[in-house]
Design a protein around this ligand. Structure first.
Ligand SMILES: Cc1cc2nc3c(=O)[nH]c(=O)nc-3n(C[C@H](O)[C@H](O)[C@H](O)COP(=O)(O)OP(=O)(O)OC[C@H]3O[C@@H](n4cnc5c(N)ncnc54)[C@H](O)[C@@H]3O)c2cc1C
Ligand code: FES
Length: 276
């Protein structure tokens, strides 16, 4: 059997509650050699199995430069994600991957980048953001726009604060209208509106991830603002089974999201049957 289809045994070494329904797990492989040799690229995903509950797909939310462990950030929506929210530090899990393509950060060198995330959609953007900031001199301006439904739903607060402190990086956070409270100092508005207000140069590369409805309107705003389809990069989330291009579960037209994606440019998405 393909070695990459066999789960590695791993342990939960840490848990960070990001919001009432999102938590990040720090995962360490039990095998020393796996711990040393594991490599992945920003944007790749894995399948996590919780024994007795099942297996589900998550992007790796820590950057490749953090060695010795990986993180995944999980929103509770159903059976497996609820089981992940019941895990405790020290519990054993299975880990398959990494799978899929990745954000081509080398191709973006010399450009300005706008990262646009919504809710748990900041998880896949976290690795490329950390990698870009680690090589800050290779890129022009970096804007990070992040929205959540309410103040309580703002995830990755420590990361947002660290990025805000990085010279040459603009971070704008927003909550949906009605989601603000008396403590809120960020924007109030839907992510596509906030993007238009920030008004980044259409010469930038725009990288976005979030709920499909948000991506749909971010793409409409990007078009209106004059971004070229090849410069709008997004991730697609189809239900997956094998994760490795074998079962056909995740296909859209001629593409398997697990093998050809999950990262696609807008011109690639437009060549597929209607996804948004
Ligand atoms: C490439 C990829 C990367 C992903 N990365 C993350 C991540 O970093 N963090 C995270 O929390 N989630 C991520 N997801 C979504 C995650 O895989 C699903 O939320 C998870 O499989 C749900 O499993 P469940 O057993 O808890 O839910 P189920 O009991 O199977 O379903 C509960 C509800 O969620 C819906 N659902 C299930 N899977 C998906 C899906 N893939 N997309 C949209 N709706 C779905 C179902 O239709 C149903 O309404 C990713 C998915 C893909 C394909
Ligand atoms: S999940 Fe099996 S082919 Fe993509």
């Amino acid at each position: 059997m393909d070695e990459n289809l066999v789960p590695r045994m791993a342990r939960v070494e840490g848990i960070r509650e990001e919001t009432p329904d999102i938590r990040s797990l720090k995962i360490v492989f039990e095998d020393d050699e796996a711990r040393r040799s594991f490599r992945f690229e920003p944007g790749q995903f894995c399948l996590i199995s919780v024994f007795g509950a099942g297996e589900a797909t998550f992007c790796i939310s820590s950057p490749p430069s953090w060695e010795g462990f990986v993180e995944v950030s999980v929103k509770k929506v159903g059976k497996v994600t609820a089981a992940i929210h019941d895990l405790e530090v020290g519990d054993r899990i299975g880990f398959r991957g990494p799978y899929g393509n990745h954000f081509d950060l080398e191709k973006m060198e010399g450009r300005s980048i706008v990262f646009v995330g919504g809710g748990i959609g900041l998880a896949p953007l976290r690795p490329p953001i950390y990698e870009v900031l680690a090589r800050r001199d290779r890129y022009k301006s970096v804007d990070i726009i992040y929205g959540a439904r309410t103040v309580l739903d703002i995830a990755f607060r420590a990361d947002l604060e660290a990025w805000r402190q990085t010279p040459g990086v603009e971070v704008v956070t927003a909550v949906d209208p009605g989601g603000e409270d008396e403590t809120w100092k960020g924007e109030v508005g839907l992510v596509p509106h906030v993007l238009e207000k920030v008004n980044p140069s259409p010469e930038s590369v725009l990288v976005t991830c979030g709920p499909p409805i948000m991506i749909k309107y971010v793409i409409l705003s990007a078009r209106k603002m004059g971004f070229a389809p090849a410069d709008v990069i997004t991730t697609l989330e189809m239900k997956m089974k094998c994760g490795a291009g074998l079962c056909g579960r995740c296909n859209i037209g001629s593409k398997y999201v697990c093998r050809h994606g999950p990262v696609f440019s807008l011109d690639e998405v437009e060549s597929l049957p209607d996804e948004f």
